[in-house]
Design a protein around this ligand. Sequence first.
Ligand code: AHG
Ligand code: MN
Ligand code: MN
Length: 337
Amino acid sequence: MNREEWALPVGTALDRFISKHQEQFPYATGELSQLLRDIALAGKIVNREINRAGLINITGTFGAQNVQGEEQQKLDVIANVRFIRALRNGGEVCGIISEEEEDLIDTEKYEGKYVVAIDPLDGSSNIDVNVSIGTIFSIYRRLSPTGTPVQMQDVMQEGFKQVAAGYLLYSSSTMLVYTTGHGVNGFTYEPSLGEFILSHADMKMPENASIYSVNEGNYRDFPKEVKEYLEHCKDKRYSGRYIGSLVADFHRNLLKGGIYLYPPTEKAPKGKLRLLYEGNALAFIAEQAGGAATDGENRILNIVPEKLHQRTPLYIGSKSMVDTCSQFLNTKKLTEV
Ligand code: AHG
Ligand code: MN
Ligand code: MN
């Protein structure tokens, strides 16, 4: 089936969009559709909490650290609870991994065919200052038999095996952007209707562009090749744009084109971002929109995960920018051979 046959007009409500797409798979049972609806519902709830955050004393820190030793914000905890509850109650998911939880969560829904990896609240440092934040999710079909408890192997799959991935962006508008491997579609939340409406059909990332997005405060600690690439960006007079919420930086680059970099540093030799609930989901979306994502050596979607909370360097965005960046990163290796 080609892209045109998938197309639905802008203005279509999410629910109808999901149902229409499901009809295109003769043997689809509707479980993935229901799972996407569950995520959208939890997203609406979290969106409501975020919009009231300044009024009901839920900004600030929670007083604990997550498994990565990072200070948890109250909204990190709220979003984590909301998404896990929605996924558990939905019944389609046998296991969940979350940035905010040390271990794999067994939902005890043994008939659930899917597992989800989630960053419930991305961009925590921006919560208190009213800057865009997001949620990132990644969905896999389980490998262990249905009817049994979730196994570690179910969540330790390469990114190319994702059946769907997406993000919510809580910003000037709230949006849900997702892919099931047939292009990327973006839905804008209409609060008075309580509905996500298709606003960005079949999104395509510009092939080339002139925005680079990196925390340049870490410049001194970047590998030499990364510094050289950043010099190249400056030589080209590219614009620097860095929000500090991966979802928001990625979303801008999806629409306008650009590259996002989170390189390794001496302190964090694998970078900061997490493979299973940050890198993979956005890499799947980037590729579906014509972009690319690499850790500097490998396609992100080909990395075989070894640990639940494993980190990865990330270079993601417009295809030709990521290709040029990769050439810079690989120079040293090529000359050493
Ligand atoms: P999270 O809030 O889920 O821990 O993720 C924060 C991530 C990502 O959103 C952002 O791009 C990056 O951390 C920013 O890191 P720096 O502050 O080191 O630039
Ligand atoms: Mn994050
Ligand atoms: Mn987070």
